[in-house]
Design a protein around this ligand. Structure first.
Ligand code: HEC
Ligand code: HEC
Length: 204
């Protein structure tokens, strides 16, 4: 009798202690994750303005063209030598971009007017031109995130693209005689993320 009552008490005590421990844990764990910073639509739209300015910088828009010849220089002249997009964006058959554009810029000592370089230098294919030129901020925003227009990239893939793609990064080291994109790449990537975190809102 006595032993069983003792062990009964002990069990109650153990259960109570266990409960307290669980409670303590539960409080600790529920307090751990930082509250998800909700990014407002307004902040997202403001961040998109920086994104827009970068996309429409000459270093970027010279490849993101409505026509079929890439553009050159800040004023966007049609590419010399009658260079064309071709069936896959890599140039007309027999006249590939890679004939002149290598995987890196030539040495600075070669001076200006050399073909710039980055891995896989080419234009988007004719079916999905990804046009950044001559479109309003709202249109640019909607095409940017339209998976049918951007080669099947969701927001995460887009963020990855603008953060690490070699053709994108080239815009900040474009070779002798060309102005790099401003603002700095890290700021652009950060603003792109703010826009994505806000749910990728588009200007009207
Ligand atoms: C040499 C040409 C070239 C340059 C320069 C270039 N791009 Fe692109 N871009 C492409 C190609 C080609 C694609 C299609 C995806 C692929 O094949 O990698 C693309 C795709 C993209 C995409 C995804 C498609 C979309 O519209 O949603 C984004 C965003 C983008 N580029 C941003 C930039 C930015 C920002 C710069 C400048 C810092 C830049 N690009 C410079 C050729 C270029
Ligand atoms: C016959 C050689 C040649 C071929 C082929 C060629 N390019 Fe070029 N490209 C050049 C040279 C040279 C320059 C630099 C011009 C200068 O700075 O005076 C240049 C510059 C550019 C620029 C300008 C960058 C800027 O922002 O000013 C872009 C964009 C470009 N080429 C895209 C392409 C694409 C895309 C292809 C293939 C569809 C291609 N090129 C094929 C020689 C070539």
């Amino acid at each position: 009798m006595r032993t069983s009552r003792d062990s009964g008490l002990r069990n109650v005590l153990l259960i109570a202690l266990g409960g307290a421990a669980l409670l303590a844990n539960a409080t600790r764990f529920s307090a751990t994750p930082a509250p998800v910073a909700a990014v407002s639509e307004q902040e997202g739209l403001a961040a998109f303005e920086t994104v827009r300015a970068v996309l429409q910088h000459p270093r970027c828009q010279n490849c993101h063209i409505p026509g079929d010849a890439p553009l050159q220089f800040d004023e966007g002249r049609p590419h010399a030598q009658n260079v064309l997009r071709g069936p896959d964006g890599k140039g007309a058959p027999g006249f590939a971009c890679g004939t002149c554009h290598f995987t890196a810029n030539p040495p600075a000592s070669w001076g200006p007017h050399m073909p710039p370089g980055a891995p896989n230098w080419h234009l988007p294919p004719p079916q999905t031109k990804m046009v950044f030129i001559g479109v309003s901020s709202g249109e640019l925003c909607r095409t940017l995130k339209d998976e049918k227009a951007n080669g099947g990239k969701d927001l995460a893939a887009l963020l990855e693209h603008v953060s690490h793609d070699k053709l994108v990064l080239w815009g900040w080291s474009p070779g002798v005689g060309r102005d790099p994109v401003s603002p700095p790449h890290a700021e652009f990537a950060a603003k792109f993320k703010v826009w994505v975190d806000a749910g990728a809102p588009c200007p009207r």
